[in-house]
Every structure is written in structure tokens, then in C-alpha cells.
Design a protein around this ligand. Sequence first.
Ligand code: HEM
Ligand code: HEM
Length: 186
Amino acid sequence: MRASRSSSSRYTHVAIAFHWLLALALVGVFGVGLYMTGLSFSPAKLKLMNWHKWAGVTILILSFLRLLWRLTHRPPPLPAQVVEGMPLWQRAAHHGTHYLLYLLFFAVPLIGWAYSSAAGFPIVLFGVLPLPDLLSVDKALAESIKPWHGTAAFALAALVLLHVAAALKHHLIDRDGLLARIGLSR
Ligand code: HEM
Ligand code: HEM
């Protein structure tokens, strides 16, 4: 089954650029997060922590701009042939995954920021721009928030795996041209 490949069935160029830029950034920040937590206390660990926070806040800002774009530029509806081939639960999963991904784009960095504030480590973006604290210093609160940042980040990673598996299924099994909507293949 082949879907229409006309440009009107694609996301806008801006949405495609946000998708791939943020996909790369999220994978990178996730990897640095895992790596740095395994290091013992050292100047290198502190440096990585700062990079992780700066990159995480940059992702938060870009996600906000992405959401604004998304709200003002509706994606093209799924092609009729694709919709016909999808049972109701798959359509719900398609939209539900996207909603949850957006939710976590905000939740993960905001929880990280809240933890950092409560732990008493204010963020100075790129070493020059001091950001406001989200919470006042409270070590006990920081300790209870800490695991939630990792948990939310792993939930995001699990959803991304599901999302990529679904995209590959559409491409390799259904062969319905869905990847072209986000700029992959023609
Ligand atoms: C960290 C990695 C990724 C994240 C966070 C992510 C996130 C998203 C989000 C949020 C959307 C919905 C866009 C919107 O409505 O604004 C989307 C769409 C899409 N993504 Fe990804 N994505 C990632 C990686 C990938 C990869 C590796 C592929 C391909 C193998 C892919 C294929 C697609 C496709 C085909 C769509 C369009 C779905 C449709 O037709 O509606 N994504 N992605
Ligand atoms: C979307 C962006 C982000 C992702 C994907 C992400 C991901 C991660 C991951 C996977 C870990 C390791 C967790 C573990 O192994 O338990 C981590 C740790 C950490 N992240 Fe993030 N993070 C992001 C943004 C942020 C931001 C914005 C901040 C603060 C401003 C931050 C602060 C931290 C801190 C302080 C730790 C270390 C926590 C500890 O010592 O266990 N993160 N992050």
C-alpha cells in the first residue's frame, strides 16, 4: 500500500528540523546523564554535570519553541490509506505517544532543574546567564526529587524506542511511506 508522497503530506521544514535536532540532542544529553552519574566526584564530573544542565535547559527552550510551532502549524492528517490500515488502538497509540513525548520534553528537564535548585546548585547557563531557582534550597526535598529525574528520562527513552519501532514497522512492513512525512526517504 503506498500513501501519497506529495509535499502537502509532510510536516513543515521547521517541524522536521526541530524533530531531528532535538532527537540528536536528547540522545546526547541522555547519554551524558548516564555517563556522568557513574563517575566518582572530580572536576571532570562537575564539568559534565554543567554541560548536561546547559544542554538540558537548551532542550527545554527549544521544546517550548517547538510546541509553539506545533500549536500554530497543524501536522498534515495521516493519509487515508494509512488510517484505513490502522486499527483504532494503533491510531490512539500514534497520537498518545506524541502527546506523552511532548509532556516528557518538559517534565524531564524541569524536574532536573527543580532538583538542582533544591540541592543548592543554581544554574548559570553557559557560565554567563544566571537562571532563577525553581525551588528554594531543601536537601531533603532534593533527595526525594532526584530519582524522578532519572525515572522520567528512562520513560522518555522507552517511549522513543516504541516510537522508532513503530516508525520502522510502517516503513519496512506496511511500506506506507510514513517516514517521508518527517523528511526520511522520498
Ligand atoms: C530521540 C528521538 C526521537 C524523538 C524524541 C522523536 C519525537 C517525535 C515527535 C514528538 C513526533 C511528533 C511530531 C509532532 O507532531 O510535532 C515525531 C514524529 C515522527 N517521528 Fe520521531 N522522534 C525521534 C526519533 C525518530 C526516529 C529515529 C524516527 C525514524 C526511524 C522517527 C520517525 C518519526 C516519524 C515518521 C514521525 C511522523 C509521524 C507521523 O506521520 O505523524 N522519529 N517524532
Ligand atoms: C531533556 C533533557 C534531559 C535529559 C534527557 C536528562 C537525562 C538524565 C539522565 C538519563 C540522568 C542519569 C539518571 C540516573 O542514572 O539515575 C540525568 C542525571 C542528572 N540530570 Fe538530567 N537530563 C535532562 C535535563 C536536565 C536538566 C535541565 C538538569 C538541570 C538543570 C539536569 C540535571 C541532572 C542532574 C543534576 C543529574 C544527576 C542526578 C544524580 O546525581 O543522580 N538534567 N539526567
